[in-house]
Design a protein around this ligand. Sequence first.
Ligand code: BG6
Length: 509
Amino acid sequence: MSEHHCVFSIFGATGDLTNRKLLPAFYHLEREGYLKESFRIVAIARKDKSDEEYRNEASNSIRKFSRRKVNEDIIKKLVSRIRYLALDIANTADYANLKRLIENVSGQSCGKCERIFYLAIPSYLFAIVVNNLKRTNLAEKARAGKPYNRVMFEKPFGNDFESAEKLNNAITKVFAESQIYRIDHYMAKELVQNLVVLRFANSIFEPLWNKEYIDHVQITVAESLGVEGRGEYYDNAGAIRDVMQNHMMQLLTLVGMEAPKSLNAEDLRSEKVKVLKAISKFTKGKAKKIAIIGQYSEGEIDGRKVAAYKKENEVRKDSGTETYVALKLELGNALWKGVPFYLRTGKRLKERATEIVIVYKNPPSELFKASGPEKNMLVVRVQPYEGVTLQFNAKVPGNKVIIDNVDMDFCHECKFGPNSPEAYERLLYDVILGDQTLFTGWEEVANSWQIFDVLNDAFKNSKPIQYEAGTWGPAKADKLIEKDGRKWVEPKRPSYAELVDKQNIMGVE
Ligand code: BG6
């Protein structure tokens, strides 16, 4: 990768996302030498602060959240690129200061400097910022021969289809689609990117990737964390908006799509949209039959007592927000008709595990039926213990034919080493390069909201079922899949887990 320069402005520079993800990601880009000497960051938030104060705070965040041991010289180099600006998002006059600062740090007038704006702020503020950037001549539609100006939007993009459409209409008056980077960081996770390779670069998988051979698909995004200081946001969002409408739909579309013509953003997006459109529509009445929602009560995780959701800071004491959702979807297209996709996500579950499980049909031969062979499974372990496991049947040694299922594991870290780039590193670098492949197009967002608006609406006045923190969610979610004669596949520690843990404990600078 070659070096690139520009002025990168972050709105929401004192927020959780910037501290946990963006600053450590920039640190790693600095470490790898991907930032040109002239690359500058403008950190924007509401409070008054000196550059020095912000740089100190940023250094601490990098120390705390970096995925590897930090090098102090590299931190120093990175933070010396940062200038801090106090700005009131709603006050147009303040944007003149931003313009001045951008011109000052780039040493060029804004007509000549390359700019990126990262909006790590709630989505109801997106249009206000974009309009103020426009009024101050900091944003304009892309034109040949002009330096680029790009804008990145954190998820969720809107709160439902209507708000998302309104927002999209507002921002596309200022920016062309080619300048808009809607983030879904799941797309940039190594094992998610790997899905396309797994499917389309392997003749042992692709010919079987259809309704003839696949019984069903399970997608789990389980978190042991709770709402972690984001009670206010989460209580207005819930698990459907926070994870299922976006991250899980990215996983589903990558599993469900047909081979794109190429890997460029347009071709990939167009295949993913086809999958979203193929999802069988359901009514509010049907939604209650194919989904269940839950909310955690107090419990224990890793030997530690954790509070009930309703006791979390900033959460309404009588909150009806779901922290868990399980859903069965079907695709009505030729590739998948009759193959259910079971999805589940939740907070304060037993363990952190994001997995895609492809469960194959039994072979047609009756030869071993009496021995009760298990269905073959392909488990794509997105996190933790990134890797792929193929489970198949083998003969147990001895005189009789007894069958047991065995695992064949691909351990990502064992093969490629620890410290693969984190999703945000890739996303920040891609926006500097102008590559939209790992970002979401408007059509994807729109189609996904249309599905989940029905679900949200169906459960608007329903009380979520309570589940004990530290379990796999409400028992009723088991019934959802068991009534089809199937079972959730519990995430399990792969054979290589210990090795990976050891590598991580040693830590690498
Ligand atoms: C975010 C959600 O988009 O994804 C969080 O807002 C969630 O609530 C997070 O915890 C999960 O991301 P990851 O990368 O930790 O799996």
